[in-house]
Write a protein that binds this ligand. Structure first.
Ligand SMILES: Nc1ncnc2c1ncn2[C@@H]1O[C@H](COP(=O)(O)OP(=O)(O)OP(=O)(O)O)[C@@H](O)[C@H]1O
Ligand SMILES: [Mg+2]
Length: 252
């Protein structure tokens, strides 16, 4: 059984069909990219999967459960974590605080225990700190731990957001244009991190305009155009797919 399964998912906004009959599957440990021209429906697809907007038709199954109509925080608690196209790191927090804020609710509720000085809660806090520091290391931003997020470059803020999304255990990670504002070396690092996460069994859905990154990192690529899936296949096949070339050449 696939980890994520979309079956004829459709979304419309006041008569505009933003997504029409989109179907695909994603297995654990797979990286699937969603590409397509501006306005094709990529972010809408993420919103429909994660519960931020309702899909008007079709089914979204995650880990064997029908999640269509569920609230975002409930879907997230099932092990689906996301980032946002316009950035979602908390600007006023430090980098470390951002990552800690992404930790699971069990850890957050132990804050009450901490208030009363319970040893179990203190142990949980130590564990949370250790995990946050390990993630900062993994993402290459350990040196920024105590910096205020607002003072970082936009690329670094994006990496903070991804790190926060990783803080809680995730089976599926949805990244909406994670490489925007990243330097070439930050981008290379991100690619290696994504491959590493996939090797650990995490499934990744990636919306990205940087075609080189998409080609290098993805197991399969789905192409959206005007809300419809016009191609779906391995990177080599997508690169030369006639409908894909037409959609891109028609737009740019
Ligand atoms: N909340 C909304 N209300 C009305 N229309 C919307 C809404 N969100 C998206 N749309 C419309 O749906 C279509 C798809 O938008 P979407 O943001 O999903 O595209 P995208 O592929 O993510 O584009 P980009 O590459 O620019 O991020 C567009 O025509 C957009 O204007
Ligand atoms: Mg978008």
């Amino acid at each position: 059984m696939a980890l994520l399964e979309l079956d004829r998912v459709s979304v419309s906004f006041a008569g505009l069909n933003a997504l029409t009959d989109v179907s695909f599957t994603l297995e654990a440990g797979q990286i699937r990219a969603i590409i397509g021209p501006n306005g094709a429906g990529k972010s809408t697809l993420f919103n429909a999967i994660t519960g931020y907007i309702p899909a008007h038709a079709g089914t979204v199954r995650f880990a064997g459960r029908d999640v269509r109509g569920m609230l975002p925080h409930r879907i997230s608690a099932l092990g689906m974590r996301r980032t946002f196209q316009n950035g979602g790191a908390f600007a006023s927090m430090t980098v470390l605080e951002n990552v800690l804020s992404g930790l699971s609710q069990q850890t957050a509720s132990s804050a009450i225990g901490l208030l009363f000085g319970l040893p179990k809660a203190r142990a949980a806090e130590r564990q949370a700190l250790a995990r946050a520091h390990a993630l900062l290391d993994l993402m290459g931003i350990a040196a920024l731990a105590d910096r205020k997020t607002a003072d970082l470059s936009s690329g670094q803020q994006r990496i903070v957001e991804i790190t926060r999304a990783l803080a809680a255990k995730a089976d599926l990670l949805l990244l909406d244009e994670p490489a925007v504002g990243l330097s070439a070396s930050e981008r290379d690092h991100l690619m290696r991190v994504l491959r590493g996460l996939a090797a650990d069994g995490i499934a990744i859905l990636l919306v990205e305009h940087t075609i080189d990154l998409v080609m290098a990192v993805s197991d399969c690529i789905a192409v959206l155009n005007y809300g419809q899936l016009i191609a779906d296949g391995k990177p080599e096949a997508i690169r030369s797919h006639p409908a894909v070339l037409e959609a891109y050449l028609g737009k740019h």
